[in-house]
Design a binder for this molecule. Structure first.
Ligand code: ADP
Length: 545
């Protein structure tokens, strides 16, 4: 006979809502003097610490509360990575308002669309974006107030606005953080737009905090109290992949690069602040490695770099590992996943393998982390084997994965609860996932898939190539064939024949691009990724003949 536990004995552990304010409260209390360093617009560095950020964030909350901002209200930020932006995040989210990080690299129409779609009440912006804010204001009727991250003297006066420092100085009164349901919304981020109309992903406190715990596992981002982390990835790009939260929970020193992401500035910051870990998209690292090679410089303190957002070419991995002794860990994910899904830390077998094998596996997108469920399926939805050969639709499930886009009335997941990433890839017997293409970016030649990503990764290994994109062009017989679009490095030359010869032997003969064309400037999307939509339009009439 079963002996059920009486209802009053069933839940004997403490209620402790997973709200994001806990990350900063913990940092202020237990790592209060750990530095947060910001590069300001004039290039100088400003220093604060977690204790000071918490004090100011509470003042920010007090100012919001005094103005009638409450739970669920959306506050937009239009800012680069710096301590005031972090302060605003916690000030907003701590009282249950929603921090909507807006990507300043989007086009005006997209910005107007997402600010109106989110119905943001306040906009907190960097002074450098004042002209942009001025253009947006008349088109965004829900915006009641503009706050600039600056002191009184630097606050723009061409439109009504208040300086962040002034706002905080005037704020007072007790502020209670948290104390609401962990399923409440905390942050809003619109997808980058490389794949269509921007769509809002509304993260909850719980999803953000679980994502933080997920990426803090040993084989993931794993920041510690002896680390100094440089968040190259912008805070408007999926909350800087969660790094500020992870830094606060672990007491890692946090370095924020502002707007300067050129090789010289990034190198100076890394060396001066003794950065041990960093994270960002491949294009920034490419610039850094070129700068280091040109000036024969070495990275002395950095141990690990997390590279994601786009496939990481082997040349980049080799550059970091061989020339600087920096471990590369690739991360794959997307806005809809908060964003991290897989990471490339080695298994025991791969860690013990020869250098060439380790390199090959580091170039894959990695293994799934605890807290994410991953599967690949064929076009009919049947789950495929992990054989490393058969590519399928990569689908994910988890507490930090989207269920429905903000404002939609239908779920974005299938009947089995999995969200389709739109990426195509394989999973091998060791559990490594490898992206072979994007569903929307597929080259299907004679009914078979060609991996544009793989050809691009190889092409950027050529010494004259800065950027490479492979897109499909129409073909009478095969329906689609690959076209290789190249942006050469400044001052370098290469002929189409030379580039195709470079690819020979590295890819199947039928994968060989039908033609190579050169562009002066590769179109890039708002997050610095290749904008293939524009390229496809540009070369819509192109025929290899
Ligand atoms: P993110 O902030 O991760 O770039 P987006 O939502 O803008 O998020 O884009 C997600 C898409 O970027 C993924 O679906 C995938 O196509 C691509 N992507 C992200 N990381 C990688 C990676 N490591 N390798 C290849 N593609 C990647």
């Amino acid at each position: 006979m079963s002996t059920p536990i009486p209802p009053d004995q069933a839940d004997l552990m403490q209620p402790w809502a997973l709200t994001v304010d806990r990350a900063l409260t913990h940092a202020a209390r237990w790592h209060g003097d750990r530095a947060v360093v910001s590069r300001l617009a004039d290039g100088s560095l400003s220093r604060t610490n977690y204790a000071e950020i918490e004090r100011r964030a509470r003042r920010c909350s007090a100012a919001l509360l005094a103005a009638g901002i409450g739970q669920g209200d959306r506050i937009a930020t239009l800012a680069m990575n710096h301590a005031n932006h972090v302060t605003a995040w916690f000030g907003i989210m701590g009282i249950g308002a929603v921090c909507h990080t807006v990507n300043p690299r989007l086009f005006d129409e997209q910005l107007v669309y997402i600010i109106n779609h989110a119905a943001d009440r306040w906009l907190m912006a960097d002074v450098q974006f004042a002209p942009l804010v001025e253009r947006l204001l008349p088109q965004c009727p829900t915006l009641e107030r503009v706050v600039y991250f600056c002191g009184e003297a630097d606050c723009p006066t061409t439109h009504p606005a208040v300086a962040f420092d002034t706002l905080l100085a005037a704020a007072s009164g007790p502020v209670v953080w948290g104390d609401f349901d962990e399923h409440s919304p905390a942050a809003l981020c619109y997808t980058s737009g490389t794949t269509g109309h921007p769509k809002g992903v509304l993260y909850t406190h719980r999803s953000q905090m679980l994502h933080t715990l997920i990426i803090q596992s040993r084989d993931a981002v794993a920041l510690s109290a002896v680390d100094t982390v440089l968040s190259i990835v912008p805070m408007f790009h999926v909350n800087a992949w969660g790094i500020p939260f992870a830094a606060a929970t672990s007491g890692a020193r946090l370095v924020l690069p502002g707007a300067r992401l050129d090789g010289a500035s990034v190198y100076e910051l890394i060396e001066q602040e003794r950065v041990t870990v960093s994270a960002g998209v491949p294009s920034v690292w490419q610039l850094l490695l070129e700068y280091l090679a040109k000036h024969q410089l070495r990275l002395s303190a950095m141990r690990r770099v997390i590279i994601g957002g786009s496939a990481c070419p082997e040349s980049l991995i080799r550059g970091f590992q061989d020339d600087h002794g920096v471990d590369v860990i690739q991360a794959w994910g997307m806005t809809e996943m908060s964003p991290i899904g897989t990471m490339g830390a080695p298994t025991e077998r791969i860690a013990a393998a020869d250098a060439a094998t380790r390199l090959r596996y580091t170039a894959k997108q990695g293994r799934v982390l605890f807290g994410v469920d991953l599967q690949i399926t064929d076009d009919d939805g049947a789950v495929l084997a992990h054989d490393g050969h058969m590519p399928g639709h990569i689908q994910v499930k988890g507490p930090a994965v989207i269920r429905r886009y903000y404002g939609d009335d239908k779920d974005a997941v299938g009947a089995d609860g999995f969200f389709d990433s739109g990426d195509i890839g394989t999973i091998d017997v060791d559990g490594y996932m490898e992206i072979t293409d994007r569903a929307k970016d597929l080259i299907k030649s004679g009914g078979e898939w060609i991996s544009s990503v793989e050809i691009e990764n190889l092409a950027v290994g050529h010494p004259a190539v800065q950027l490479a994109a492979v897109i499909a062009i129409p073909h009478v017989r095969w329906r689609e064939r690959p076209l290789l679009v190249i942006q050469l490095k400044e001052g370098k030359t290469a002929s189409p024949k030379e580039l195709l010869t470079f690819l020979e032997g590295k890819i199947a003969r039928w994968w060989m691009p039908d033609a190579v064309v050169f562009v002066e400037h590769m179109p890039l999307g708002a997050t610095g990724k290749l904008d293939k939509k524009t390229l496809r339009v540009q070369f819509a009439e192109f025929t290899a003949d």
